[in-house]
Design a protein around this ligand. Structure first.
Ligand SMILES: CC(=O)N[C@@H]([C@@H](O)[C@H](O)[C@H](O)CO)[C@@H](O)CC(=O)C(=O)O
Length: 311
């Protein structure tokens, strides 16, 4: 099978989920959020991952979200579906559903909660890989799953034709570089930590998948453009500002709650994150408004009057 690898290179928003006022998945709001990203310059959407709260939703809800995204923007953006669930049975069901929806690739974390031996994670991933004809992207995020991908399991995965890449969310650009070096040039490596998008790209990442891209996709796209054009000083300037914003976002009760609140300030309603993820509190709104203004201002300066930056 020959995959169109180019469709996976670039900036992918790890999309938030959207709920109604009662906390139920709202297909209408999911579609509106997905459409919000069309034209922002991103390559695609990563649906149902950490930022998408897939792990907090039922299988039926996850299917609903994915269907709404594909229906709304599937012909304009590359869609990667995160199908990992705790049981292999549910993961396979979600993988097969994603294939029916027409996504470009599936992806999965290891099963969490049980401290699983490598063999279990291998068979968990393998079952998803075997269940469809889609390409598969490993989701490596040891700080939340507790699973450290060994070189042995990594090698077993990367030699498979269907395994086309890894979303590398561990915070070491050296390890990211090693993942690329040990898998070959064609193998895709996505940078995970948004705070080091530039570092990841410099060390070999083909693009990035991130949650905070969802409130400032234009900044990551511009950063990526600067990296490609070799404008490193400007890229550093953008990354530093992004990091300043992320530092502030991380002071709220939950990162996703803060990002969803910022979207709401722009007229994009996605509801509260699902408990136990906390929403922003009444007293958070003025700081969020100020932060949103700063983000929007930088987006405007970069996209319209980049001469004013002085870098
Ligand atoms: C641990 C974590 O949630 N990492 C995020 C980052 O986007 C992260 O939110 C960001 O770097 C801010 O710290 C992503 O790697 C996760 C992601 O892309 C996803 O939502 O699946």
């Amino acid at each position: 099978m020959v995959w169109n690898i180019e469709q996976f290179k670039g900036v992918f928003v790890a999309m938030y989920s959207a709920y109604d006022e009662a906390g139920e998945v709202s297909e209408k709001r999911v579609a509106e959020l997905a459409q919000y990203y069309v034209g922002s310059g991103i390559k695609g959407l990563y649906v149902g991952g950490s930022s998408g709260e897939g792990i907090l939703q039922t299988v039926a809800e996850r299917k609903k979200v994915l269907e709404a995204v594909v229906k709304a923007v599937g012909d304009q953006l590359t869609i990667i579906a995160h199908v990992g669930a705790n049981s292999t049975k549910e993961s396979v069901e979600l993988a097969q559903h994603a294939e029916k929806c027409g996504v470009a690739a599936i992806s999965s974390v290891p099963s969490i909660y049980y401290r699983l031996p490598e063999e279990s994670v291998e068979s968990h991933w393998q079952a998803m890989i075997n269940a469809t004809s889609l390409p598969f992207i490993i989701y490596h995020i040891p700080q939340t799953t507790g699973f450290d991908l060994s070189p042995t399991l990594y090698r077993k995965m990367v030699v498979q034709e269907k395994v086309i890449g890894i979303k590398m969310s561990a915070e070491s650009v050296y390890e990211l570089q090693q993942l690329k070096a040990n898998a070959g040039k064609e193998f895709l490596v996505f940078n995970g930590p948004d705070e080091q998008f530039l570092g990841g790209r410099i060390m070999g990442a083909d693009g990035g998948i991130g949650g905070t891209y969802g409130i400032m996709p234009e900044l990551y796209c511009e950063l990526d453009k600067c990296f490609i054009a070799g404008e490193i000083e400007k890229a550093q300037f953008i990354q530093s500002n992004i990091n300043r914003f992320i530092t502030r976002l991380l002071t709220f009760p939950s990162l996703y709650g803060a990002c969803k609140a910022i979207l709401s300030l722009r007229g994009i309603e996605t509801g509260s994150p699902r408990l136990p993820l906390l929403s922003v509190k009444e007293e958070n709104w003025s700081e969020l408004k100020a932060l949103n203004l700063e983000i929007e201002e930088l987006i405007q300066v970069l996209t319209e009057k980049s001469d004013e930056l002085g870098v």
